[in-house]
Write a protein that binds this ligand. Structure first.
Ligand code: FES
Length: 98
């Protein structure tokens, strides 16, 4: 049986999305249903940089290296395309901050 994971967005003009555990965010989030943009989808370009609140596994060494470049010192920053979906999360894109 699959577990439903609730993805919410800090900007509440986007309704919550329910995905299965370990679904890949980059396959389910689109311009229509989320504020998150994707580029390479392989953890290199930093386009999908977001801030995430929620209990999910820490970034891999590769993801950490990219986060050091794009969001140094921000411990909530993650690459949405690399996130392992294990619990409910709240996403706010870092690239949209003004
Ligand atoms: S889409 Fe390029 S790092 Fe996630």
């Amino acid at each position: 049986m699959t577990t439903n994971i609730c993805i919410t967005f800090k900007q509440n003009k986007y309704p919550a999305i329910y995905l299965s555990k370990y679904d890949n965010l980059s396959e389910h989030l689109t311009v229509q249903n989320s504020p998150v943009l994707f580029g390479c989808r392989t953890g290199i370009c930093g386009t999908c940089l977001v801030s995430i609140k929620g209990d999910i596994p820490p970034p891999s060494e590769e993801e950490k290296e990219i986060l050091e470049i794009f969001a140094p010192g921000n411990h909530q920053a993650r690459l949405a395309c690399q996130v392992e979906l294990t619990n409910d999360i709240e996403i706010s894109p870092l690239t949209e901050e003004v």
